[in-house]
Ligand binder design. Structure first.
Ligand SMILES: NC(=O)C1=CN([C@@H]2O[C@H](COP(=O)(O)OP(=O)(O)OC[C@H]3O[C@@H](n4cnc5c(N)ncnc54)[C@H](O)[C@@H]3O)[C@@H](O)[C@H]2O)C=CC1
Ligand SMILES: O=C([O-])CC(=O)C(=O)O
Length: 263
């Protein structure tokens, strides 16, 4: 992109996150950035934004913002980066697969970044990790039971979730397994692991709670730099109760920063 020109953004996916990102970019609310178009799996009638083929997107965009899920990130990341287009990911849990992470790391000249998404405190955790390492991080997520049902669950676990009258611990384990077992709900655990640069330091805990009207993420960390505790409670997206409503706005914040850095 030439100095002073607009940062041209393609939005991959047009669900709860992508529709807000595309709408705001099209409305011109992100200074220095513009919507080049949306990239969909199949053409959609009546959509107000230009629908880009992959060929057009890689030719015309400076940045692709992935808002389409871990599988879509896996399928498209290397090609995007190899075309010299930057990539801002929402579904960074895909990077829990070391083979995919290595492929992405080797790809370029486009650059990969990921959003803070539904959480915060990543700068501080990254600084603490750099200062002396992080001994342990626990990320506890609390969401409504019905949205946590997964295709791999057996009938008993599904039943427990569907009929939960109180909080049920559905998962406790390494961040990488969390992001893989709950690909639409625990990218946040991956975001923390990436921030501290250590997948093994991060344990994720997932609580299905019928009282969780707000989605909660509690991050507790300790190490030589200090002890940290963040509690985040987000209203879910009205369009997708699995996703916190703040997530597209975190992406828009990152796009604004990236556009400003290029000026
Ligand atoms: N980092 C974070 O804090 C968070 C990350 N996420 C990630 O963002 C993803 C999207 O979330 P939502 O917008 O709420 O989901 P959504 O289900 O509302 O929308 C996803 C859209 O992507 C489209 N899509 C799927 N595969 C595609 C492909 N290969 N090419 C083009 N479009 C494709 C779908 O048709 C759908 O319209 C989640 O699956 C999750 O991986 C979600 C919430 C928080
Ligand atoms: O939106 C949220 O609260 C978190 C989420 O779904 C994810 O990390 O995948």
């Amino acid at each position: 992109m030439a100095t002073g020109s607009m940062y041209r953004v393609g939005v991959l996916g047009h669900g709860a996150i992508g529709s807000v990102v595309a709408e705001q970019l099209a409305a011109g609310t992100v200074h220095g950035a513009q919507l080049e178009g949306v990239i969909l799996r199949r053409p959609q009638a009546g959509l107000e934004h230009e629908q880009l083929s992959w060929e057009a997107a890689l030719e015309r965009c400076d940045l692709v913002v992935e808002c389409a899920g871990q599988q879509a990130l896996r399928e498209n990341a290397v090609c995007i980066l190899a075309s010299g287009v930057d990539l801002l990911a929402s579904s960074m849990g895909a990077l829990a697969d070391p083979e995919f992470a290595a492929q992405v790391q080797a790809a370029g000249p486009g650059r990969l970044s990921s959003t803070a998404g539904a959480i915060g405190g990543l700068d501080l955790l990254g600084a603490a990790a750099r200062m002396g390492g992080i001994d342990q991080v626990l990320v506890t997520t609390r969401k409504l039971p019905a949205i946590l049902v997964q295709p791999w669950m057996d009938a008993q676990l599904r039943g427990e979730l569907e009929q939960a009258a109180g909080p049920v611990e559905v998962f406790r384990g390494p961040a990488a397994a969390a992001a893989q077992d709950f690909p639409k709900s625990l990218n946040v655990a991956a975001a923390v692991a990436l921030a501290v640069g250590d997948w093994d330091a991060v344990t994720a805990r997932l609580i299905a709670d019928p009282e969780a009207g707000l989605t909660e993420h509690r991050i507790e960390a300790r190490g030589p730099a200090g002890e940290y505790s963040f509690s985040i409670k987000n209203h879910p997206s009205p369009r997708n109760p699995r996703t916190s409503g703040i997530v597209p706005w975190a992406l828009l914040h990152s796009i604004r920063q990236a556009a400003a850095a290029r000026r």
